[in-house]
Design a protein around this ligand. Structure first.
Ligand SMILES: *Cc1c(COP(=O)(O)O)cnc(C)c1O
Length: 435
């Protein structure tokens, strides 16, 4: 399979090149040249298959030309060492719990898959240099990527995070690991971290000397494996007898997860329509209403993993629909949930249905609850464990939230980070010591 750039000015790339580069030469995003459709028989029997079996079938279709099957299946099996169950919430809404991975957020699957794919490529490449992964984070991406890449030979991860602006648990998740993970504590905000990473990628002298890549959802190796969720979610809804007229609702920030769901449907997954849930950062919602896409700086909300003012995967979604707003809005609608609504939705869902949402899932629940048509069923992505957003959830319900031992275990380690100014000069000095 070859990958092309959404900007159309870069040569076609192999999977290896697309993954190792992250972004195309023309700064566009890589897209698979074709989207394979899975046979009807697969969908007929999907409810009898395990998550790993389903994911192996999907991975064969997407990556089978580029990775030998036994190795690809090993990568999938190592990635999916946990389940993503559907929990019925109301009679028509099932929550697809994507948060049972090591850092309790859905990004674990993409991060783990990408780490293992890079390991495969470094083992089979003539280039013996270390691959340096730069990742700017406001919290969840850093923890998933750091834990996904921990101990992977040939790869070193550098996590840039804003000093004092991530939660203590999140900070521990990427500052206590050591080994091939270095945390850089930037004296600035998330946008400053992102700007430092961008400057490094644009620095021709640096990129000629070092192998640099990014582990944000611009990377196809992080994006595409997220489609596994939707096949598995569908299989479980089918088992409940709720497979028909399926609506998929995705709480969205950079829109990687929704994009993966759209890929799944292009591969033949029977989804009727999609709902993109936003917090107060409503650039995509506004596009759905007006046809105009106007990025702007993000604003902080309670669902902070969705605080994105210029979603990086919007370009891929426009590309999937040939930049046809009418076609896109026929498939995707949107809703916006304010901070006040997040708090009241968490409380009401708990009281009425006994299900505890996190602030991101709450945006999704709000988006889908009143907007199902007769006969429709919804698969709602619950993207993080409520304990990760303990303060908000406890304020909403008035009840203490238990911290899973997996999460509290991170609090035991010793924090280690490199202090860094927000000026590129200092970051460049740091990078120039690497090889
Ligand atoms: C990253 C994240 C999101 C947003 O996902 P995108 O793929 O960027 O749209 C939503 N919820 C949580 C908890 C996240 O960590």
């Amino acid at each position: 399979m070859k990958y092309y750039s959404t900007n159309g000015q870069a040569p076609l790339a192999s999977l290896e090149k697309a993954v190792v580069r992250g972004l195309a030469e023309d700064r566009g995003l890589y897209m698979p040249e074709r989207i394979p459709v899975l046979p009807e028989e697969f969908y007929r029997n999907i409810q009898t298959m395990t998550f790993q079996e389903i994911a192996c079938t999907v991975a064969d279709a997407l990556f089978g030309e580029d990775i030998p099957a036994p190795e690809l299946h090993r990568i999938v099996e190592e990635t999916l060492s946990f389940d993503c169950p559907v929990v019925p919430v109301t009679r028509s809404i099932g929550a697809l719990e994507l948060f049972h991975g090591p850092t309790l957020a859905f990004k674990d699957v993409g991060a783990r898959f990408m780490a293992r794919l890079l390991r495969h490529f470094t083992q089979h490449s003539d280039d013996a240099r270390t691959i340096h992964v730069l990742v700017a984070t406001s919290g969840d991406t850093g923890s998933a990527v750091a834990n996904g890449f921990l101990g992977v030979e040939g790869v070193h991860v550098h996590v840039l995070y804003p000093k004092g602006k991530v939660s203590p648990i999140q900070e521990c998740q990427f500052t206590t690991l050591g080994r091939n993970i270095t945390a850089l504590e930037v004296d600035g905000c998330f946008d400053d971290c992102q700007a430092l990473v961008k400057s490094a990628f644009m620095d021709a002298e640096l990129t000629a000397r070092l192998r640099l890549t990014s582990a944000n959802s611009i990377n196809v190796a992080r994006l595409l494996p997220q489609s596994f969720y939707y096949f598995h979610g569908y299989a479980q809804m089918k088992r409940f007898g709720l497979g028909g007229q399926l609506v998929v609702c995705v709480p969205s920030g950079n829109f990687g997860n929704l994009c993966a769901a759209l890929f799944a449907r292009r591969m033949g997954l029977p989804v009727k329509r999609f709902i993109a849930a936003n917090n107060a950062n409503d650039v995509f919602f506004e596009y759905l209403q007006t046809g105009e896409y106007k990025p702007r700086p993000s604003i902080p909300t309670l669902a902070n993993a969705m605080d994105v003012g210029d979603p990086s995967n919007a370009a891929r979604i426009f590309e999937l629909y040939g930049h046809d707003w009418k076609a896109l809005t026929a498939d995707i609608s949107g809703r916006v949930c304010s901070d006040d609504q997040i708090v009241s939705v968490i409380r009401q869902c708990r009281e009425k249905y006994g299900y505890l949402l996190d602030p991101h899932g709450a945006c999704g629940f709000y988006a889908v609850y009143h907007h199902l048509h007769p006969g429709e069923r919804a698969l709602l992505c619950e993207t993080a464990h409520p304990a990760k957003f303990k303060d908000t959830v406890e304020r909403a319900t008035g009840t203490p939230v238990d911290i899973p031992t997996r999460l509290s275990a991170f609090m035991q380690g010793t924090k280690q980070s490199v202090p860094m100014g927000k000026d590129y000069k200092e970051f460049k000095e740091y990078l120039s010591t690497l090889q």
